[in-house]
Design a protein around this ligand. Structure first.
Ligand code: XIL
Length: 345
């Protein structure tokens, strides 16, 4: 049995892949990928810094391998991400004198980037995270370079260009912490505005980088129902649940790194005590119960990585930690959380 089997009539089950998963360098994890998942997303290889290092240079080496891998295994392939403030090279925003470029120049570059990237995989990549993380943490839209130079219309333009480049690919808006009420409200406002302008938005991705006991389930549920009420697909796009404390202003980074949630738990070892395995499993079960309750609204649940060895949470929000956020451990063995989710489906 497998995740994709158990959930096949409910929603797609996906995972983010590194290049090494698709070029044969992580064979054991690839077995897990092929057994368990029916959708993939590129963890890094489709970001502008990888694909488009300078204005006249595109490098599709890794992205091509990624897409071929998904096709070979009949997977729903998601491209991540076209327009984002992070992992985008500086040249996008500069003119040939090294100063900030003009609005027109940036719009032209955006069009060229989206047409070239989406156009290359037309009919092969089924969906795109068109705009990622455009909402500000305090209020309104994030004051990114895209926003500063083009204005808030950069989001509309990105969806317009993506639709022109591949009218059949699904187009998504993707962001984090969408279970926080003010960020949820902002996301609803943003999608409504795009819809009013006649732009096609097919879905919203809730990244879902959570922490143990962090999620307020009624807020999680409200985000799903509010987003679905917009008439679009809702998905979890980057799911992981860190077992380590999130650094806050009260807990400095250094202290929180040493702080253990349970007394016998040493965050620097690679094994997770049983009590924490159980806690993680029950956190996942709480989420999946809501996802199942709303399975008519949820189209996909994608984990951000395959196993704990390579998860980005080992390095975020603090570098060099030993985290355990996924369903498979460092040796690709299924954890308690995996079995709990299987049982629930
Ligand atoms: C992360 C990758 O997992 C890391 O390997 C990389 O160093 C930084 O980006 N939100 C997103 C993802 O939309 O693209 C990020 O991925 C994680 C946060």
């Amino acid at each position: 049995t497998s995740l994709k089997e158990v959930y096949k009539d409910k929603f797609l089950l996906g995972t983010a892949l590194h290049v090494q998963h698709t070029n044969g360098l992580r064979k054991e994890s690839s077995v897990v990928v092929e057994q368990q998942f029916n959708s993939i997303v590129a963890e890094n290889c489709m970001k502008p810094e990888e694909l488009h290092p300078s204005e006249d240079e595109y490098d599709f080496t890794d992205a091509d391998v990624f897409v071929q891998y998904g096709e070979k295994h009949n997977m729903f392939i998601v491209g991540h991400t076209l327009i984002w403030h992070s992992q985008v090279p500086e040249w996008f925003f500069l003119n040939d004198k090294g100063e900030q470029c003009s609005r027109e120049e940036l719009i032209n570059r955006m069009r060229d980037h989206i047409y070239t990237v989406v156009g290359r995989y037309k009919g092969r990549v089924q969906a795109w995270d068109v705009v990622n993380e455009a909402i500000d943490d305090i209020e309104g839209l994030r004051k990114s370079k895209w926003f500063e130079i083009i204005g808030p219309e950069y989001i509309e333009l990105a969806f317009k260009f993506a639709n022109e480049a591949d009218p059949n690919a699904e187009l998504y808006y993707n962001d984090y912490s969408l279970i926080l009420p003010h960020r949820r409200t902002e996301a609803v406002r943003l999608i409504k505005k795009l819809q009013e302008k006649g732009l096609r938005v097919d879905g919203i991705g809730m990244q879902a980088h959570y922490g143990i006991d962090y999620v307020k389930i009624h807020e999680f549920e409200k985000s799903i129902t509010d987003f679905a009420a917009l008439g679009i697909k809702v998905m979890l796009t980057e799911l992981d649940i860190s077992v380590l404390p999130f650094p806050t202003e009260e807990i400095s980074a250094e202290i929180s790194q040493k702080y253990a949630l349970v007394p016998e738990f040493d965050p620097f070892t690679t094994s997770l005590p049983d009590s924490m395995q159980t806690k993680l499993a029950s956190n996942y079960v709480d989420l999946f119960k809501i996802l199942l309750k709303h399975q008519d609204k949820i189209s996909r649940v994608t984990f951000w990585g395959v196993n704990d060895a390579h998860t980005w949470r080992n390095n975020w929000p603090i570098e060099g930690r030993t985290d355990h956020p996924l369903l498979f451990d460092r040796k690709n063995n299924p954890k308690k959380a995996y079995h709990a989710i299987i049982e629930l489906g």
